[in-house]
Ligand binder design. Structure first.
Ligand SMILES: [Fe+2]
Length: 577
C-alpha cells in the first residue's frame, strides 16, 4: 500500500512516500527548485518520490495533507479582523493566494497529479506528532510538539500508544514559542523561518542579561509550562513585521540591520532568548512527565531542532529516552500525515523505526561519469578502498572536501552523503570553512561526525545522536574546529549499519591520524539549499574554496579545474539566509 504525504504552503514544503508503513522516499522541494525553504506546492519532490518507487499517482492508495487549510484560514481571518485596520496591508497580501490555491488542497492535488483517489487532511500538530511517535522505537511515549503555528495550535502534548495518538492539551496562536524565537531572529537581523539556528549558534557568545526582563515583560509562564505572550510587543499576528516599536524600546536598541556588525547586545539578546526557550521547553516537558509518568518522549515541530533545549530535557527532566526525527520541522509533517493515515486511521500494526535520513535522490556511477565527460571535467576514478584511503589522506593534509555520495539527506542536516568535510584537529579550519567555503559569519559553529564506538573517548555522551539534534560536552582538546565556544558539540554519531561508506571513511581517517571524527557541514554555500545532483555539487565546489570534490568514486582536484566562465557573486545567486 502506497501513501503519499505532502506538506506545503508555509515553509519547507516536502513530500514523503510510505510503502506499507515504511518510508521509501522523502525530500524537500527546495532541493529541486534551489529556493531555500521553498513553500510552494512540492511537485518536484512528489515526482521524485513517485519515481523512486517507480509508480504513478494512480497507484497511490491515499494522499495526505499535513494540515487543515480551512481551519488555518479561519485563524488568519480572525486575527486580521481583530487587528483591523492595522492588519489591512498584510490581509490584502495574504488573501488572494488563499482564495486561489491554499483553500482548495484536494482539488489542487487532484489536478496537479491527475489523481482521482482520496485526499485526507490531518491537523498540523497531529501530523507533527505522527512524524515522531509513529516511526519511533517506542511502543508507548509522551509526545510534545512545539512550533511557530499550525492551524491554531502552537504547541501540543499527548500520549502515543501502539498505533494511536491522543493529544491532551494545546497552546494556541498568537502565544507561540516558535514565533517568539522567530521574532527575536527578526530583531537580531536574521531571516525568519530560516536563520533561527544562527541565533542558537550566537547564544553561547553572550550572557543572558535580559532573561529576567523577557520573563517579566514578554512571557507570562504558567506552572504547566504554557505561557502567554504580551502581544503589545509583537506584530506578527497582524503585520508584515515580527516585532513592534515597543520591542525596540524594551531593549533600548533598534533592530539590528541585516549583515551589519554583531555587537555584544546582540549576543546577549540571543543568549537570553535561548535561556528563555530552554526554560519554557523544560517547563512543558516536566509538566508532561507529571501528567503521563512515561519515561519516553517524542519531540516534533521546528523547536525540536533546538539541540540545546533537547539536551537539557535529557539532563534535567525525568524522561530517559528521546526520539526526534531528522526533519522535525514542517517538512517532517509530510511523513507524519502519511504515517498517521497508515498506522492510526487504517489501524495497521507498527512495523518501522526511522533510523536514517538517506531518503532522497541518488546518482549512479554512469550518471556521474556522463556528467564529467560532457563537461570535459578532469577527474580520477578509484575503487572503493583506494577512494577511502585517498580521501582520508587529503583530509589529513588539511584539504577541504566536498563529499557527494548515495542518497541525499532528508531534513536540514548533512549526515555524510551531501557533506563538506575537513580535519577537526586544526582550529583554523573553522574559519577557513566559514569564510572561504560557505561565505558565512565567523561565529557559526561546526559539528563533528564521529565513529559511534569511539564517541565516548571524545565526548561526555551517553546515547546515540544520529541526526545532530543533541549537544554534548567535548572532553578532548584535540578537536577545536568542532568545539563550540561553550565547550559543547552538536555531534552526529555514525554507526556502520546506517552509512557504511561514511563510517569506513571515518575509520580510515582514524587509522591514519588517531582521530575518529571529521568536521561535517552541509554541502551548500550560504543561502543555497543543500546540493542535490552532481552538477550542483560541482558548481558549489567551483564557486567556493573547497580543494577537492568527490562525486561517488570520482575525485576532482581544484588545481586541475578550468575556472567557471561567470562573474560569481553568491549574493546575486542566492538570497541572504
Ligand atoms: Fe509546524
Amino acid at each position: 500500500m502506497y501513501i503519499l504525504g505532502i506538506s506545503a504552503f508555509y515553509h519547507d514544503s516536502a513530500a514523503a512516500l510510505l510503502k506499507d508503513g515504511v518510508i521509501v522516499a522523502a525530500a524537500q522541494e527546495e532541493r529541486f527548485t534551489r529556493i531555500k525553504h521553498d513553500p510552494d506546492f512540492p511537485i518536484n519532490a512528489i515526482n521524485y518520490c513517485l519515481s523512486a518507487a517507480n509508480i504513478t499517482p494512480a497507484e497511490l492508495d491515499y494522499i495526505g495533507f499535513y494540515e487543515k487549510p480551512f481551519v488555518k484560514f479561519e485563524r488568519i481571518l480572525d486575527s486580521h479582523l481583530a487587528a483591523f485596520p492595522k492588519s489591512y496591508i498584510s490581509f490584502l497580501m495574504a488573501t488572494p493566494l488563499w482564495l486561489k490555491e491554499k483553500l482548495w488542497i484536494p482539488s489542487l492535488i487532484s489536478k496537479k497529479l491527475n489523481y482521482e483517489g482520496e485526499v485526507l487532511m490531518i491537523e498540523h500538530h497531529l501530523s507533527h506528532a505522527g512524524s515522531s511517535f509513529l516511526v519511533s522505537p517506542f511502543k508507548e511515549s509522551a509526545i510534545l510538539t512545539i512550533d511557530g503555528v499550525g492551524e491554531w495550535s502552537t504547541a501540543a502534548y499527548g500520549v502515543g500508544k501502539e498505533n494511536k495518538i491522543e493529544l491532551l492539551q494545546e497552546m494556541r496562536f498568537p502565544h507561540s514559542l516558535g514565533l517568539l524565537y522567530s521574532a527575536f531572529t527578526y530583531y537580531l537581523g536574521f531571516k525568519v523561518n530560516s536563520a533561527e539556528y544562527k541565533v542558537m549558534g550566537l547564544a553561547p557568545y553572550g550572557e543572558p542579561v535580559f532573561y529576567d526582563l523577557i520573563m517579566k515583560e514578554l512571557v507570562d509562564l504558567k506552572d504547566d509550562g504554557s505561557f502567554k505572550l504580551n502581544m503589545q510587543y509583537f506584530s506578527y499576528d497582524y503585520g508584515l513585521k515580527m516585532t513592534s516599536s515597543r520591542f525596540d524600546k524594551l531593549f533600548s536598541s533598534p533592530r539590528r540591520a541585516p549583515e551589519s556588525e554583531i555587537k555584544k547586545i546582540h549576543q546577549d539578546v540571543a543568549s537570553s532568548l535561548q535561556k528563555v526557550t530552554e526554560e519554557i521547553v523544560l517547563g512543558m516537558a516536566n509538566h508532561l512527565y507529571k501528567e503521563t509518568g512515561l519515561k519516553n518522549l517524542c519531540l516534533a515541530g521546528g523547536v525540536a531542532l533546538n539541540c540545546l533545549a533537547n539536551s537539557r530535557i535529557l539532563k534535567e527532566t525525568q524522561f530517559k529516552k528521546l526520539f526526534i526525527q531528522p526533519g522535525s520541522s514542517d517538512a517532517g509533517g509530510a511523513v507524519g500525515v502519511a504515517a498517521y493515515i497508515y498506522y492510526t486511521l487504517l489501524n495497521n500494526q507498527r512495523n518501522y523505526v526511522w533510523k536514517n535520513a538517506y531518503l532522497g535522490p541518488e546518482y549512479s556511477a554512469d550518471q556521474i561519469r556522463d556528467f564529467l565527460h560532457q563537461g570535459k571535467i578532469p577527474h580520477r576514478e578509484y575503487d572503493r578502498q583506494e577512494l577511502l584511503k585517498v580521501t582520508a589522506r587529503l583530509l589529513a593534509e588539511q584539504n577541504i572536501i566536498g563529499w557527494f555520495q548515495g542518497r541525499m539527506e532528508f531534513g536540514p542536516r548533512s549526515l555524510g552523503n551531501r557533506s563538506i568535510l575537513a580535519d577537526p584537529r586544526k582550529a583554523e579550519n573553522k574559519d577557513k570553512v566559514n569564510q572561504k567555503v560557505k561565505y558565512r559569519e565567523s561565529f557559526r559553529p561546526f559539528a563533528p561526525s564521529v565513529i559511534w564506538e569511539k564517541s565516548k573517548d571524545y565526548f561526555e555522551i551517553d546515547r546515540e545522536s544520529p541526526f545532530m539534534l543533541l549537544t554534548f560536552k567535548v572532553k578532548s582538546k584535540e578537536i577545536p574546529a568542532v568545539t563550540h565556544v561553550d565547550g559543547t558539540s552538536r555531534l552526529q554519531t555514525v554507526k556502520r549499519e546506517e552509512n557504511e561508506l561514511f563510517y569506513d571513511l571515518l575509520s580510515e581517517f582514524y587509522s591514519l591520524t588517531g582521530c575518529p571524527a571529521l568536521l561535517n557541514t552541509s554541502f551548500n554555500l550560504r543561502g543555497e539549499p543543500i546540493v542535490c545532483n552532481p552538477e550542483e555539487a560541482y558548481l558549489s565546489f567551483m564557486r567556493s574554496g573547497m580543494d577537492y570534490l568527490i562525486l561517488g568514486n570520482f575525485v576532482l582536484d581544484k588545481k586541475e579545474m578550468t575556472p567557471l566562465r561567470e562573474e560569481f557573486s553568491y549574493e546575486k545567486l542566492f538570497a541572504q539566509d
